[in-house]
Design a protein around this ligand. Structure first.
Ligand SMILES: *[C@@H]1O[C@H](CO)[C@@H](O)[C@H](O)[C@H]1NC(C)=O
Ligand SMILES: *[C@@H]1O[C@H](CO)[C@@H](O)[C@H](O)[C@H]1NC(C)=O
Ligand SMILES: [Zn+2]
Length: 445
């Protein structure tokens, strides 16, 4: 239910809709002239507004003017709530389904999300934290080291377990129809938020969950999955992983031939390529190769805390709207061991990651991917999904404005999704057929 009477989230007065302003296509000279004219018009308007505001404040009307022009309270906590009421959080990675598997043997009847629930996520805390949507991670462990055999060919239970995780997420969304909305497109997310619901999407966390099969990828898409992380902590037939705390020996040296075919098909169907957990070589090759914008669903900045799971600056530099760059959003992970030295992870440390990614890749390329319910420890001040306002308040205190914060909370992800949807529509319109690429080590086909 709408908590505050908002009907147009992300479009609230004073907070432009970032999702509409993506600039992914190559620009023609006419477009460029039009864009420059628009920029000039905006600059003149801003200058006029600044002049009027300055004049008015000289006339001791400042308090009245901020009520009309700025809308934002000075108090960071209040400002954060204002911003989040207009632009709620869309979190890139929440692990509730694996908690339901490990602690409740997939029995959703035993679960009541309307009451305080084990872990970091339940409905009261989602509401308190101003969450407008999240990706339910449908995750299964990597097979035991080596059990897939040399070429990842031995059978595993990964596809069965992924289907069970998808089932859990879908049943929980259905169990609370007033709270959760099943969403498949960026426009569905906006509509759900507009109705006061929490948009629910699925993300598969690792190429090992695909059974080496591009057909399985398409089937997951049809079940509602909207991103696949190319690897979890293990290498697979598609790509190399970065491991967890230390880089494992490369297997393919990045993407395999099958991995490139996977990205082509992901682009064609509109499945987001997620580069969290991948090796640097995989990430570099994938961001260069993907025709669609990509995501890091739950990764922080390596320059702030040096672990392989975080994104290094030389990869952040490939993100953007310029020549040789690809649009992307890096959704910052809250896991203390990825955020800071032991005992040092808190709201400020997480904000440092947001700031750093913004500095190197740009403010339009940062988001939030907490990893809640997938992490044993939590940062001080960001203990669960009720605490996002504290992070927004910290960024506001550091000078972030409402427009940029609306991008971090969800707008940047929406723009990237829209970009991927556009690329898929173009590729399908061009008549590119469904890929039938076979893993060349398979002998059954
Ligand atoms: C599932 O949970 C419900 C409610 O706690 C319980 O009554 C039921 O027996 C459980 N089912 C199984 C198969 O454990
Ligand atoms: C993989 O399967 C083959 C053929 O069944 C078997 O010989 C081999 O031991 C298996 N490898 C592992 C690591 O389980
Ligand atoms: Zn993960």
């Amino acid at each position: 239910m709408p908590e505050n009477g908002e009907t147009a989230p992300l479009l609230g007065e004073g907070i432009p809709n970032l999702a509409r302003t993506g600039n992914l296509e190559r620009e023609t000279p006419a477009d460029r002239r039009r864009r420059l004219a628009t920029i000039r018009a905006v600059v003149y308007t801003v200058l006029t507004v600044v002049f009027v505001v300055a004049l008015a404040s000289v006339l001791f009307l400042w308090d009245k003017i901020t009520g009309v022009v700025g809308h934002l309270p000075k108090d960071p906590e209040k400002a954060a709530l204002y911003i989040l009421n207009n632009a709620p959080v869309i979190d890139g990675h929440i692990d509730l389904p694996i908690l339901v598997r490990s602690a409740f043997a997939n029995n959703i009847s035993a679960i009541d999300l309307e009451k305080p629930f084990a872990g970091h996520v339940d409905i009261p805390r989602l509401r308190k934290g101003k969450v407008g949507g999240f990706f339910w991670s449908v995750y299964t462990d990597c097979p035991h080291a080596g059990s897939e055999g040399e070429d990842f060919l031995n059978a595993t239970w990964s596809v069965r377990d992924t289907l069970e995780q998808i089932d859990i997420a879908r049943l929980l969304v259905q169990k609370y129809p007033n709270t959760f909305a099943w969403t498949l497109k960026s426009s569905d997310i906006k509509a759900a938020i507009g109705r006061g619901q929490i948009a629910s999407l699925l993300g598969v966390e690792g190429g090992h969950q695909l059974g080496n099969s591009i057909q399985v990828l398409r089937t997951y898409y049809d079940l509602g999955v909207r991103y696949v992380t190319l690897t979890h902590a293990c290498h697979n037939a598609f790509a190399d992983s970065c491991g967890i705390f230390e880089d494992p020996k490369p297997y393919h040296g990045g993407l395999s031939k099958l991995g490139y075919a996977l990205i082509d098909e992901m682009n064609r169907i509109g499945m987001l390529v997620d580069l969290s957990h991948t090796s640097d070589a995989t990430a570099k090759q994938a961001i260069k190769y993907s025709k669609a914008p990509v995501i890091w669903s739950h990764s922080s900045a390596r320059a702030v805390h040096d672990v392989p799971r975080n994104v290094p600056d030389d990869i952040l530099k490939f993100i953007g709207f310029g020549q040789g760059q690809t649009d992307a959003v890096v959704m910052v992970n809250f896991a203390p061991f990825f955020v800071a030295e032991p005992g040092k992870a808190d709201v400020k440390a997480v904000a440092d990651h947001v700031d750093h990614i913004a500095k190197v890749a740009g403010k339009r390329h940062v988001g939030l991917g907490s990893d809640f319910d997938g992490i044993g420890e939590v940062p001080v001040g960001l203990e669960d999904v009720s605490k996002y306002p504290a992070l927004v308040a910290e960024l506001y205190r550091r000078g972030w404005n409402a427009f940029d914060l609306a991008g971090v909370t969800g707008g940047n992800l929406l723009r990237v999704m829209e970009g991927a949807e556009r690329v898929a529509a173009q590729m399908q319109k061009a008549g590119i057929p469904p890929a039938a690429t076979k893993y060349d080590k398979r002998t059954d086909l």
